[in-house]
Design a protein around this ligand. Structure first.
Ligand code: EPZ
Length: 419
């Protein structure tokens, strides 16, 4: 993936449309296996992780084709396998989400253990214990998961942690179980509600998504449908933070403030004027943000861990200091060293990072360390004097269709090298 060149020091002005949500479309693509039919996904973002999911579906004997810029048509009628290759599992850590759907559809599944990622170990113990509760036999010796589930039986499952992926995996497996499954301690992210809405459009009876208790009445035949994916709240948060970083006035079409109210609350405290209606979110920011109260990441409806790096980047020139506490992942400050190369003042101690606002940032050659850390470098570069060359941009491509295009729509100078 080529380098991204960003020239900072200019206020933003413009509007852009927010793409479909990566963290919604990935479980929905797994859920298509439950329908044995054709699904038309509108507002589907063209991302590396979506491409990886399509390859997994094709490896299972399904077909997928793009129709127009953002419509993906998936047909799982001719599913012919239940195994995902090691290579495909390595491409995308969240491919564990396919386990529940494959077990529900095929009664057996074989996947290699999903690797950890840049953020640290990514255990799936809650996924496996919940699937075993539903009657699946899962042997996880030797790094390969062999699952057998001739008959899944609905029951109550209690999650000790509100894991997004475990909640989604169990919702999908429960659709193939007989009887009612209740997931207590479920994650409440908006993407869970989007998955419920998709499953309902396919004929499933799912309720409670968005609360800590999700119920699924399993054993119902599911059919294909047409569904529009919700807008990506973290991409929207990224561009709001871009405006806070460089100053300016932006409008984000399709963005829904109710999905990122903890982020807009902090940006309002930083001095941004934010208005939202059914069409999107408007944000007007001054040249330098105010300091804000401590930001602690937590499961939804708390402050989203995925927005931690990008908000940090927006506050590098704040008038004072800003403290962050990263409670969701062990290794989610890897962007700090790269931001320091641009003149940022950040001290990290364990889960805590303290940003001391500086007057000026300067462009520098920097490297993406992970998906949201890479987006944070773009946000910081918009406020830096001079040019920033961002490499290892493949990380960004996992979650952003074309961050350079979107930033240019907002009035920034951002271009892929050689463009
Ligand atoms: C989803 O990951 C998102 N990914 C992540 O977004 C997001 O950061 C995360 O939820 C938290 O909101 C997708 O939806 C594809 P979790 P997921 O299971 O499901 C622990 C991005 O940048 N845990 O809610 O993997 C885990 O270690 C990505 O778009 C267990 O201990 O997150 C973590 O500390 C990054 N055992 C915490 O729970 C398990 O079985 C939250 O993980 C599962 C999770």
């Amino acid at each position: 993936m080529s380098q991204l060149i960003v020239r900072g020091g200019r206020r933003l002005e413009g509007e852009t449309e927010i793409q479909g949500a990566k963290n919604s479309v990935l479980p929905i693509l797994a859920a298509t296996l439950l329908t044995a039919g054709q699904v038309e996904l509108r507002g589907c973002p063209r991302l590396r992780d979506v491409d990886a999911s399509v390859r997994i579906l094709e490896g299972l004997g399904c077909t997928a084709r793009w129709e127009g810029a953002d419509v993906l048509v998936v047909d799982t009628q001719n599913l012919s396998g239940c195994a995902i290759s090691e290579a495909l599992m390595r491409e995308m850590r969240s491919s564990a989400i396919f386990l529940g759907a494959i077990l529900a559809r095929c009664g057996e599944a074989e996947l290699s253990y999903p690797g950890g990622c840049e953020l640290g170990p990514r255990p799936i113990d809650l996924h496996l214990s919940g699937l075993r509760d539903l009657g699946a036999e899962i042997d996880d010796a030797g790094g390969v998961l062999h699952g057998r589930a001739p008959r899944l039986q609905g029951r109550e499952i209690v999650l000790s942690l509100p894991s997004v992926g475990a909640t989604e995996n169990l919702m999908l497996a429960a659709c193939g179980a007989s009887g009612v499954t209740t997931i207590t301690g479920a994650a409440q992210e908006p993407e869970i509600l989007d998955l419920q809405n998709f499953l309902s459009a396919c004929g499933a009876k799912v309720s409670g998504a968005g609360t800590s208790t999700v119920s699924v009445e399993g054993g119902r035949p599911l059919r294909g449908c047409t569904y529009t994916v919700m807008p990506d709240r973290i991409v929207a948060a990224t561009y709001l933070c871009a405006a806070a970083s460089a100053g300016g006035e932006v409008f984000l079409r399709r963005a829904r403030e109710e999905h990122l109210s903890t982020v807009t609350a902090v940006l309002r405290e930083a001095g941004c004027a934010i208005r939202s209606d059914g069409r999107g979110i408007a944000c007007v920011c001054r040249e330098r943000p105010n300091a804000v109260h401590p930001v602690r990441t937590a499961p939804y409806p708390g402050f989203p861990t995925d927005a931690q790096a990008i908000l940090m980047a927006a506050l590098l020139r704040c008038r004072g200091a800003a403290m962050f506490e990263e409670n969701m992942f062990e290794n989610r400050y890897r962007h700090v060293g790269e931001l320091a190369r641009m003149g940022a003042g950040i001290q990290v101690s364990g889960r805590t990072a303290v940003v001391t606002g500086v007057k000026r940032l300067h462009g520098a050659p920097v490297r993406c360390t992970d998906l949201r850390g890479g987006a944070a470098l773009c946000v910081a570069a918009l406020a830096a004097e001079g040019e920033t060359e961002i490499s290892e941009t493949g990380h960004i491509a996992r979650g952003y269709e074309d961050i350079a295009r979107d930033l240019r729509n907002l009035g920034a100078y951002a271009a892929w090298a050689g463009e």
